[in-house]
Design a protein around this ligand. Sequence first.
Ligand SMILES: [Zn+2]
Length: 258
Amino acid sequence: MKKRNLPLPELELRAILRAADDLIGEGGRSMLAKVLKGSKDKKLIELGLDRNPSYSFYKEMTLEQIMEKVDYMIRTDFLEIEHSGKLPMIVFTPRGWAVERERRAEEFLREWDSWIENHIVPVSMEYLKERNRGLIFLFLFKVLCSGNKKYVPFLTLWERVAFKKVQAEIRKVIDALNRRDEMDPSEWDSLTKEYAESLILRLDQPIILACQRCDHPFVFDEENPEHYTGEGLRFPTLCMRCLEKDLTKPKNRQGKLP
Ligand SMILES: [Zn+2]
């Protein structure tokens, strides 16, 4: 268990993870810092990292200051260094990937929104094919939760090129969206909960969080759809024991009333 450290503010946390996403297995801490700085480094440009959304996020800072931020991300268990190859490379920890895949899924959804708004029909959905399955299924879950039929044409296009397992899930989401109007809120609610079980994939390793009240470590259950809000993934801050105490407190007080 790592020493308890609070994460960086949300905006910075997400920016650093997004920058890291394009260089996982390709670069180390200093390359990551250069992307965030907005450096014109030759290798960085060759890899197209200047097109990363977080390029020059920390342009006002020195490389040293940015490196401290990166190291803080490693200390708080969002990124780690892998020494398997010749050079040390940046990789996501399960916790870091949980946040990043949520953000990428959201990016995919917003991209579809902008295509629909601008009447753009993509030539092919191949770009979704070789993606990480946890990410793709989470994206599908978000499409489902929108309850919006406008995505059905894109889903149909995607279904044609997807691998079998993904194809079956796309089909389920299409059917659900088409039936949305006939369902009452409670029916829809239970359907999305049921789909969450197949679409939110557990990560390879469990995510361990530390309770912010009692410091007790606890396993974060990423399959609970309630953690995926409009603003992004929300990690719980309290362990079950502290949560339960909070829940029972008001009841006890009420019980004492005459
Ligand atoms: Zn606790």
